[in-house]
Design a protein around this ligand. Structure first.
Ligand code: DWN
Length: 391
């Protein structure tokens, strides 16, 4: 296997084993045809790009029943409004948002020229209902040819670029649509944040890459998009917003400092340490849950049927024997089974009406919002990010 950005041969440094699709919530009838792949991350020794070796086909992951709606979190709604306002400070004429999901950010560009491109038909439909201009499809270089001609001076994306395996083709598409002085601004979960907090559940099929400033600079400069700036964000447990342009040598001091801070990412020992931390977390989480359920006879329930929970549950081999159900506010997930280990997903009302002894916080990236909402919950919270703890 070769690095998707620079073609250097890569080898996995660990394996999470056989994994179902992270968002493959399913009915009992669908179990016999459930899909699996091997989840194993690697880091390119040449360009430092963290990537998974195998990714299922995009149309198996992003389709007309895609179960993630960005607007599900109030905090994320505010975050994306602020992101849009920051972009608008530059007075763009026309903004393209790649992977606009349900229009949570795109709707704030409705007063200027805008276009969203979204492969998942159901979420694209919501964005259209919100009055946004959206084309349903996958953005690539070919697609870009069909929209060249608009005065596009900003291409934006949030939690999207790390999902696109054909990075050279994506970069060619962005270069093709952007004016010469245009900017490509995207934010993604940040690799050092994942390593520092041991949030290993960020590794799953949709996240083909976990970016850093170093890997973004190395990967995109090969295709004529140059890193100019990077700004840390709180979202999703620690993200980075990258600004790229078509001209070389325009890096801010902040970006230069960030690259220096990332020296540790080029050392193989960093990933061996991560592997050990992940294995330790698995043992700790398993023994804590088994102690709670089998010895102390407590009821443990998952909070938030996240994509990330699919990695945790399958890697840690947790089943409906361990976790009674997972509570989630997203209607399309409710009544289904979680991918791979088939734990029932139930509406939030179940959590409210019949609260468990212990809630396993899968939606840890929304902790603040959830804790503000759950002041009346009398049980304990089981956390695994940044470490396994009962609070
Ligand atoms: O990159 C991606 C990120 C941005 O979103 C995608 N690949 C898919 C998705 O990942 P995720 O599913 O891990 O994202 P979240 O935002 O952690 O998912 C939160 C889940 O928890 C949603 O299903 C909604 C649910 N939830 C809830 O039940 N009660 C969320 C909140 C805030 C709540 O109070």
């Amino acid at each position: 296997m070769k690095c998707r950005a620079c073609n250097t041969p890569i080898e996995p440094f660990m394996s999470f084993g056989r994994m179902p699709l992270a968002n493959g919530f399913l009915t009992a009838e669908q179990i016999p045809t459930e899909e699996f792949y091997n989840l194993a991350p690697a880091v390119c020794p040449q360009c430092s790009l963290f990537q998974i070796m195998e990714q299922p086909m995009p149309d198996r992951m992003f389709h007309s029943q895609y179960p993630y709606y960005t607007s599900n979190s109030m905090a994320m709604q505010k975050h994306f409004e602020a992101f849009a306002n920051k972009v608008k400070e530059r007075d763009p004429l026309f903004v393209i948002e790649l992977g606009c999901n349900d229009g949570t950010m795109l709707r704030h560009f409705k007063d200027i020229g805008h276009l969203g491109i979204e492969p998942a038909a159901n979420v694209a439909k919501v964005a259209i209902e919100r009055g946004c201009n959206v084309i349903q499809g996958f953005f690539d270089h070919k697609f870009a040819q069909s929209i060249i001609g608009s005065d596009v001076n900003a291409v934006v994306a949030a939690n999207v670029i790390c999902h696109v395996a054909d990075l050279p083709d994506l970069a060619a598409g962005v270069r093709a649509v952007l004016k010469d002085d245009g900017l490509f601004i995207f934010e993604e979960p940040y690799l050092p944040a994942m390593l520092n907090r041991n949030s290993f559940d960020q590794v799953y099929d949709e996240h083909v890459f976990m970016f850093s400033a170093s890997s973004v600079r190395n990967a995109f400069s090969r295709y004529g998009l140059y890193l100019m700036d990077c700004e840390p964000q709180w979202a999703h447990g620690g993200s980075m917003r990258y600004t790229l342009g078509k001209q070389r040598d325009r890096m801010t001091d902040r970006a230069v400092d960030r690259l220096l801070l990332e020296a540790v990412l080029h050392q193989p020992g960093t990933y061996q340490q991560f592997k050990q931390n992940v294995e330790r977390a698995k043992q700790q989480l398993r023994s804590t849950i088994i102690g709670l359920t089998k010895i102390s006879q407590k009821r443990v329930v998952g909070y938030g049927a996240t994509s990330k929970s699919t990695t945790v549950l399958n890697y840690c081999e947790l089943t409906p024997d361990d976790i009674e159900y997972i509570s989630d506010t997203t209607p399309i997930k409710q009544g289904k089974l979680s991918p791979g280990v088939h734990i029932p997903v139930k509406p939030y009302s179940e959590f409210q009406n019949n609260p468990p002894d212990v809630a396993l916080l899968f939606a840890w990236n929304h902790r603040e919002e959830i804790m503000a909402k759950e002041t009346g919950f009398a049980g304990k919270w089981l956390n695994y990010v940044p470490g396994v703890s009962l609070t």
